[in-house]
Design a protein around this ligand. Sequence first.
Ligand SMILES: Nc1ncnc2c1ncn2[C@@H]1O[C@H](COP(=O)(O)OP(=O)(O)O)[C@@H](O)[C@H]1O
Ligand SMILES: N[C@@H](CCC(=O)OP(=O)(O)O)C(=O)O
Length: 364
Amino acid sequence: MFKSIIIKIGSNVLTQKDGTLHLKRVAHLVDQIAELHAKNKKVILVSSGAVAAGRSMVQVDKKADTVSSRQLLSSVGQVKLISTYSKLFQKHGMQCAQVLVTKQDFRSREHYLNMKNCVTTLCDNGIIPIINENDAVSVTALMFTDNDELAGLLATMMGSDALFILSNVNGIYNGDPDDVQSQVIRTIGNSTADLSQYISTTKSDFGRGGMLTKCRIAQKTAASGTSVHIANGTKQNILLELNADADQVEHTQFIKGVKYKAVKKWIAYSESFTNAEVHINAGAFEALNSKKATSLLLAGVVKMTGDFKKGDLLKIILENGKTVGIGKAQYDRARAEKHIHDIKYKPLIHYDYLYLFADIEVTV
Ligand SMILES: Nc1ncnc2c1ncn2[C@@H]1O[C@H](COP(=O)(O)OP(=O)(O)O)[C@@H](O)[C@H]1O
Ligand SMILES: N[C@@H](CCC(=O)OP(=O)(O)O)C(=O)O
């Protein structure tokens, strides 16, 4: 039983084969959310489906480029999507709100806290926030990979108990989902194992990121203290059953870690906003990964790239080139260069402002 839940609904759950909205299914999901709301659960909805809904409403010129098509389809389709939700929630005497965001809206801690305040205020007033990426505006490289990334960020930001990611499959399979031999991976922990071996890069008809990104985001969100569940949104009563007793539902669950401190939640999703890098040696990496809370000392720094000031976010890179984390600089680059290799000098990144990416463990 969870008290606060983020529900992410993928395009494929909301649309029929011909691209039109699957009204009966949307209505059933709204009925379930209303029931959860009546039980005093704090529910936040992240809904895809604008582009898919738009596809059934306007004809895109064959010569139009991808960005223009997405802008056209999403801006038309979002109206249809949100008005559908609004009518359905009204039947339950409930109100919902549309919140359209871009990745840029989370770029600094100040912007991040503004977003948190917006969602908190809506929830405090008994309104269901329905959040989607603002596809008409976010067209640059700084886009969310997909709404799974947005939902993960929100779950971490709000400190939600659970994130339900609804797709058109029962969960993550250990092979091709269409192969009868494949089984749903029931639990995923947070030590080492590579899930990419199981997951093909095929996407569902209307989806954006695919299962591999879904899985990476789920793992990252679970590590921040939210229980993550990838389940089939086309199944009857899926939300109610997940909330009542998730163990009884065939789906993939990501075991949650310990909740992060507030600032770490923001750092965890800020990789796109880092301009400088700090390269560290294997010894430093081992120390940072030890059970003991360890800060990054200059002694373990091999080199730095890009300019940075005190308070800037740095990408942490291992000698083999792999990005292993993000952290906030306690002083600028000039000072760091002056004291490089000094074992006693104040850490470049304090543990409280350090976020390390985790690896995954799988149980079928
Ligand atoms: N091992 C796997 N287990 C489950 N689904 C997989 C796997 N490999 C690829 N997929 C595909 O991933 C799709 C779901 O991802 P995505 O298209 O992003 O969905 P959504 O639109 O629901 O976000 C499934 O429909 C399935 O075709
Ligand atoms: N923002 C887009 C959805 C993009 C997306 O992430 O789609 P999906 O992979 O189906 O969750 C829309 O509303 O159409």
